[in-house]
Write a protein that binds this ligand. Structure first.
Ligand code: NAG
Ligand code: NAG
Ligand code: NAG
Ligand code: NAG
Length: 505
């Protein structure tokens, strides 16, 4: 690279010199001696810096542009301000077409697990990706699924972990096997399992925060404190999915096989990945929207109080209960895809407000569920996930998590009345989404509080304008307002907080 830069510097300098010679001789000869010379030198300097910056920002696309190409494009851009502006100030934003997915799957579970992939895979959105299997499966002619390949033989790698399975080596190598396919115009390699569901528009939003020309390893931890202790607090958990920038994936592909040989005692594929990242010296960039979901039972508490960051993935969907009651796991997820299509940025984002006429707390997790609580609960309480789930050892232990949780109800009267989303549509006249939530009818403990009882409510309707720019701003919860409070139902509006508007009664 050094050599190339020197070379182009020289060409630019030569060009500069030949262009400016006539001016120089002309003006200097006429007696504006130093000032003009300085001015010209200054201009040359600016030109040089500009050109070098141009070379620098593009030098990782060397496979697409030769140095000559770059030089020519930088030369002609200087004559064409439009192109220059586009090239320097507005590089193309990362889109789905820049991502290549590597999905770890096994032939044995393929028939069932491929249904999860179908939920989010969109060929028409120009997605690219490969499902890596350990064995042949019935040929997939399905347009709803990515291409399927068999991983290469890894029996010559040592595997010495007594609890684990040696498929971990195969799965860890998916990154380098995918890199070696040599696809063009790739910015990110994103790994996931066959039971991972991605919200791909949010994945793009998150990746757009980072420069794909640098080394990035992006993902998230386990919910389980013990898992993080046993494995690592510095590792991206594979099922939640993680992203590796193109140059880092190239660097990894060069060393991964040697690296894997150095850690035969590790358990899984993702700790092998982290071991190699540690050798490369690249830390994990944590993004809380990737979800490993190392829990059992009901994800409700985690989903309904999602952190204020776009939801990127869901995992262990075979382990937890369906996210909507009384339907299959796949049907439940398919229902979540409806609000996702209308307003992916706002999907399951929480807003907290109060029905002051009744003295209730209302929590809206848009596109997923509503909770109505008797009494006034503070936002700091409601934004904490309630323990509707068990830990990874199937126990209800509040010390088990790497974040704060709260009991479902500190007082029996505060057990929330839950409404699950049943349908959502966009009113195309007003450009506002209308989502409906139906009461989940479960027994409630007796309550002696002398106040109105939310048990008469059947339904909640929520209005919300789609906000695709939500995450271009600093993270902040939307505000909600109870517009109508009837005996049978509530009508709630969700949107940007007005000036001085906060969550208070
Ligand atoms: C500059 O480039 C743009 C886009 O390629 C083109 O439409 C325009 O005609 C060019 N202008 C000049 C002056 O060459
Ligand atoms: C993998 O390679 C080993 C020898 O290196 C061989 O015994 C084995 O049959 C191969 N497995 C497959 C599935 O080709
Ligand atoms: C859309 O909203 C307008 C204004 O509130 C209303 O008059 C119209 O009936 C709505 N359309 C649908 C299909 O709900
Ligand atoms: C509807 O709102 C979205 C998000 O604000 C915007 O991108 C879109 O252009 C709007 N469509 C119409 C028809 O106003």
């Amino acid at each position: 690279m050094k050599f190339v830069q020197k070379d182009s510097e020289k060409v630019i300098w030569d060009q500069m010199r030949s262009n400016s010679t006539p001016i120089l001789s002309n003006r200097v000869g006429n007696g504006y001696p130093k000032l003009m010379l300085y001015l010209i030198l200054f201009m040359c300097g600016t030109y040089l810096i500009y050109s070098l910056k141009l070379l620098n920002t593009s030098n990782l696309h060397c496979n697409e542009h030769t140095p000559q190409d770059l030089l020519f494009s930088s030369r002609s851009s200087l004559q064409n301000a439009t192109v220059l502006k586009e090239f320097v100030n507005q590089p193309e934003k990362t889109d789905l077409k820049h991502i290549v997915f590597g999905i770890a799957a096994s032939a044995k579970l393929w028939e069932r697990r491929k249904e999860y992939i179908k939920l989010w895979w969109r060929k028409d959105a120009r997605m690219r990706g490969i499902v890596w299997l350990d064995d042949d499966v019935e040929p997939v002619s399905d347009d709803d699924l990515p291409e399927v390949r068999i991983s290469s033989n890894t029996s010559h790698f040592a595997y010495k972990n007594k609890q684990g399975h040696r498929s971990a080596i195969r799965i860890s190598r998916i990154v380098s096997e995918t890199v070696r396919l040599g696809m063009g115009d790739v910015r990110w390699f994103v790994m996931g399992d066959d039971d991972t569901v991605f919200v791909t528009e949010n994945l793009v939003r998150v990746l757009n925060k980072y420069d794909h020309n640098q080394f990035y390893y992006i993902g998230s931890l386990s919910e389980s404190h013990l898992q993080n202790i046993y494995f690592s607090y510095s590792m991206a958990y594979g099922g939640g999915g993680f992203a590796i920038s193109y140059p880092l994936a190239m660097a990894l592909a060069k060393m991964q096989d040697r690296c894997i040989q150095r850690y035969p005692g590790l358990y899984g594929s993702d700790d092998r990945m982290q071991a190699c990242m540690a050798e490369l010296g690249v830390p994990l960039t944590k993004e809380l929207g990737f979800h490993q979901y190392d829990v059992y039972g009901n994800l409700f508490g985690l989903l309904a109080a999602h952190p204020v960051t776009p939801i990127v993935s869901l995992h262990h969907l075979d382990v937890v209960e369906p996210i909507f009651p009384d339907v299959t796991r796949v049907e439940a997820l398919r229902r979540l895809m409806q609000p996702m299509k209308l307003d992916s940025a706002g999907l399951i984002q929480q807003s907290i407000c109060y029905d002051s006429s009744k003295g209730w707390t209302v929590s809206v997790s848009w596109g997923f569920a509503i909770q109505v609580f008797r009494g006034i609960l503070s936002p700091r309480e409601v934004e904490m996930p309630s323990r509707t789930f068990l830990n990874w050892y199937r126990r209800a232990d509040y010390t088990a998590y790497a974040f704060n949780t709260r009991p479902v109800a500190r007082n029996p009267c505060q057990k929330p009345f839950v409404f699950y989303m049943t349908k959502v549509r966009l009113n195309s006249t007003t450009n506002i989404t209308v989502s409906e939530y139906a009461r989940h009818r479960v027994p409630h403990p007796a309550c002696k509080w002398k106040m109105l009882d939310p048990s008469s409510l059947d339904k909640v309707v929520v209005f919300k304008r789609p906000d695709p720019q939500l995450w271009d701003r600093s993270p902040r919860r939307n505000c909600c307002r109870v517009l109508k409070s009837k005996r049978k139902g509530l009508v709630v509006d969700v949107g940007l907080c007005g000036e001085d508007e906060i969550s208070e009664v």
